[in-house]
Design a binder for this molecule. Structure first.
Ligand SMILES: *Cc1c(COP(=O)(O)O)cnc(C)c1O
Length: 379
């Protein structure tokens, strides 16, 4: 049996009839830059996320970059973030000449650890903190906000994997900080037909600045208040995403149901010596989107051989992430070493993501679990 990590063709076949006329219409009108579709999409995402403003941008990476720019983060400023995330989270900080300060993660959630963060806050004058809501679950926002109140820093949420994910108080990712940064990379829960991203904020002054920076820092054509960039989201992408947004809640639910099926099967098949299933921290708080499972990530023994075995058996899987930031070659100049962040280092050796996309069948889920069982019991 073949079980890809993600099957976007299955999703597209259901939406084809709705999406194609939208694309066709934009092409007929030749309305590619900053059009009606983008404005509609921004309005609809703001409403969905529950934030006052939403600004479409060129990618999740650029959402982070433009947020840092809007908050005047630049040369020599310290910005703290988790050492365990997709590269963009830290790369954007370094690209602006700011200094990334890495922080360890919590064992259970893989999200930024507030104790580790507080050690960094005591050591450096940190201007901004970027928590990541990794794999689709919101970070410890109570802890982060109390540290923000104590130490005073800007908070930029990396919500790239967590659109619609709710904290235990029912507030959605992207509403806790100065800005929330989203990605529409095709493998995210809301994925476009190419690159795309978005920034949310509840602050009108920050919104105005983001809006201006997106278009080369210009409010009036050819007059530039700031040095911005071309960070615009294509109208075609916005049109596609606006259709998909209507299905997002049902896709989240499909992923959650699949995650629960995995949890149950792993428990029934007595695999707890080999496989640790992910913990949904806010499940009992009553919020619907306690986890949106952009990835279903398990911790396993003998990870690299399991990965090889699953690949041979036709099962898509991936390691998010095999090397924490503080051990990356490009960050050697920061002077970190092995052992600095033991929780993240351990995670990087144990984690593996298995397919959880909504269109998976029960047969496929069972095949994945049975194949993992076969790997550990084959003698
Ligand atoms: C995907 C992702 C990004 C970057 O988004 P792009 O749209 O690919 O630029 C940033 N941070 C995290 C955690 C991501 O998963």
């Amino acid at each position: 049996m073949n079980v890809p990590l993600l099957d976007l063709k299955a999703q597209y076949s259901k939406l084809k009839a709705e999406i194609e006329p939208v694309i066709k219409n934009i092409i007929e009108e030749q309305r590619f830059i900053l059009g009606k579709e983008l404005a509609d999409f921004e309005k609809n995402v703001a409403q969905y996320v529950g934030s006052k403003y939403a600004l479409g941008v060129s990618s999740g990476t650029d959402a982070l970059l433009i947020s840092l720019m809007a908050l005047n983060i630049g040369h020599g400023d310290y910005v703290a973030t988790t050492t365990f995330s997709f590269f963009a989270t830290a790369g954007c900080v370094a690209r602006l000449g700011a200094v990334p300060v890495f922080v360890d993660i919590e064992e259970e959630s893989f999200n930024i650890d507030c104790n580790s963060l507080e050690s960094a806050l005591k050591k450096y004058k940190i201007k901004a903190v970027i928590p990541v809501h990794l794999f689709g679950q919101v970070a410890d926002m109570d802890g982060l906000i109390s540290l923000k109140n104590k130490y005073g820093f800007s908070l930029i949420e990396d919500s790239a994997q967590s659109i619609g994910a709710q904290y235990k108080n029912g507030v959605s990712s992207g509403n806790f900080g100065e800005t929330g940064c989203f990605s529409f990379f095709p493998s995210k829960n809301l994925g476009g037909f190419g690159d795309g991203g978005l920034v949310t904020t509840n602050d009108s002054i920050i919104y105005e600045k983001l809006h201006c920076l997106r278009n080369h820092g210009s409010k009036i054509k050819y007059f530039h208040d700031y040095v911005g960039g071309n960070f615009r989201l294509d109208n075609l992408q916005a049109g596609v995403l606006d259709v998909k947004l209507r299905y997002l809640e049902s896709w989240h639910e499909g992923r959650r149901i699949n995650a629960e099926k995995y949890n149950k099967l792993f428990a029934e098949k007595n695999l707890s010596d080999f496989v640790k299933t992910p913990k949904a921290l806010y499940k009992d708080s009553g919020v619907k989107n306690y986890h949106i499972y952009n990835q279903y990530v398990i911790r396993v023994k003998d990870r690299d051989n399991l990965k090889k075995y699953l690949t041979e058996k036709g099962i898509g899987c991936e390691v998010y992430y095999p090397l924490p930031f503080h051990l990356q070659k490009c960050f050697q100049y920061l002077g970190y070493k092995e052992g600095d962040f033991p929780v993240a280092e351990k995670a990087s050796k144990e984690v593996i993501a298995i397919p959880v996309y909504p269109e998976l069948t029960d047969g496929q889920i069972e095949y994945v679990v049975d194949t993992i069982k076969a790997f550990y019991t084959k003698g």
